[in-house]
Design a protein around this ligand. Structure first.
Ligand SMILES: [Zn+2]
Length: 430
């Protein structure tokens, strides 16, 4: 395959890649066989990395809009319980397409609803990711603690623990390739899982050398649940479960003490920061600046489209910058480059894929070309990009393969996918 050269970008300059890897950066002299892509005046960044999402929630956007987390969940659980595997596929196809179109090249999906105990739902999500062509971190989510046992979800929505563990093993063996598809072991949240499931999930993940993910420290309600059920705050419970480690990243991480933050930093446990979702359900303001000072890896997450109807990662960068400045009451609490790093290298660190998220020679060519035609008059192109209007990607490459061209996704008809999803969604609410 010919060498591809992105030529004339305002930032960071020309970029060449071949056989899926970045080979040259700067001012690049053309060779006769090169395929030249003119990106004059545009901005090229590493592909964005989404560290937390629930793709199936594209089925239930715009519901329970005035609810806090527990109200929101108890309103939506019964609706989610009616989803079919085909529904989840339709939602994943739209969700992943929207991510690619907004510059995401690696997407994490935390999926914990298994309709009728049919775990082919995970195969459906992998199929959707392959159609879109972006990298997938498939978090095999799970819940085994129903209402009658002191959990929040209705009993008919939880799975049997042994079934969860054997299904997780099947999903790992069938889909984990450590490159385009990573399987992650991911019990849902403290109020929906048993202690046994947390411990046995960690054992399973570590047997295969895989990563672990869960929701933690999202709301005060969750904290109270932990204090009542375990007599401990969530982070100390995490330690008890054997989950404080550098193979773990957590969604949210809002309500923590200084000691708990330094504990996570020492353990190397990462945080998926989801600022829009946190605002939508009034969960609180995440202490991202304290995390950085304590060497806690921080990535950005969209969270599910039922608590962040945008469903794209681009706007999360600006949202992260603004919410950190409000929390710290300091205008330099986070700078545009900091939030771009969070959405790229920070995410790669959370996911344990440290050759992603940076434009370095030898790294996979996961790249986004952002249209820069309206940013010519802004001195710093990254500030213009992050603080300027929301934008969709002009071109997206994953491992050197073009997935978005001139703003259109190549592998999926997005318009049709949206129409099909709308029909399925309406059927589900009715
Ligand atoms: Zn979530």
């Amino acid at each position: 395959m010919a060498r591809i050269v992105l030529k004339g970008a305002r930032y960071p300059g020309d970029i060449a890649f071949e056989d899926g890897l970045i080979t040259e950066i700067g001012v690049i002299a053309s060779k006769p066989d090169d395929l030249i892509v003119d990106v004059g005046g545009d901005i090229v960044t590493p592909g964005l990395i989404n560290t937390h999402h629930h793709l199936y929630q594209w089925m239930t956007r715009g519901l329970a809009t005035g609810c806090d987390l527990f109200q929101w969940l108890t309103t939506l659980y019964p609706i989610w319980g009616r989803m079919s595997v085909e529904d989840v596929h339709a939602a994943a196809l739209v969700g992943l397409s929207e991510l690619a179109l907004t510059g995401c090249t690696t997407a994490s999906d935390h999926h914990y609803i298994v309709p009728n105990n049919d775990d082919s739902v995970f195969d459906a999500i992998v199929d959707a990711a392959k159609a879109v062509g972006i990298r997938l971190f498939l978090s095999r989510g799970s819940m085994d603690l129903g209402e009658s046992a002191g959990g929040l979800p209705p009993d008919n929505l939880v799975e049997d623990r042994d079934a969860i563990l054997s299904s997780t093993q099947r999903v790992i063996e069938e889909h984990h390739d450590g490159n385009m598809v990573h399987v992650v072991v991911a019990p849902c949240s403290p109020f929906s899982v048993s202690t046994e499931l947390m411990i046995e999930s960690a054992e399973l993940a570590r047997k295969y050398g895989l990563r672990m993910h869960t929701h933690l420290c999202e709301t005060i309600d969750e904290q109270e649940h932990c204090l009542e059920r375990f007599g401990k705050r969530p982070v100390m419970q995490l330690v008890d479960w054997g989950w404080a480690g550098d193979d773990v990243w957590l969604a949210h991480g809002i309500h923590l003490t200084t000691d708990e933050i330094s504990l996570l930093g020492e353990a190397g446990t990462g945080i998926a920061h989801c600022p829009s979702s946190n605002a939508r359900i009034a969960a609180g303001l995440c202490p991202v600046v304290d995390f950085s000072e304590n060497h806690v890896p921080v990535g950005l997450g969209v969270d599910g489209a039922a608590s962040n109807e945008v469903g794209g990662l681009f706007g999360e960068m600006r949202q992260a910058l603004y919410t950190a400045r409000i929390r710290e009451e300091r205008a330099d609490a986070l700078m545009p480059k900091d939030v771009l790093d969070m959405a790229t290298v920070g995410g790669a660190k959370c996911l344990g894929r440290e050759n992603l998220g940076a434009i370095n020679i030898g790294n996979p060519a996961d790249l986004v070309v952002w249209p820069g035609n309206d940013l010519g008059g802004i001195a710093d192109p990254i500030t213009g990009l992050i603080l300027g209007s929301d934008r969709r990607a002009k071109h997206v490459y994953v491992a050197g393969e073009q997935r978005v061209k001139d703003g259109e996704l190549l592998g999926v008809n997005v318009r049709t996918a949206h129409q099909k999803l709308a029909e399925r969604s309406k059927r589900l609410w009715n």
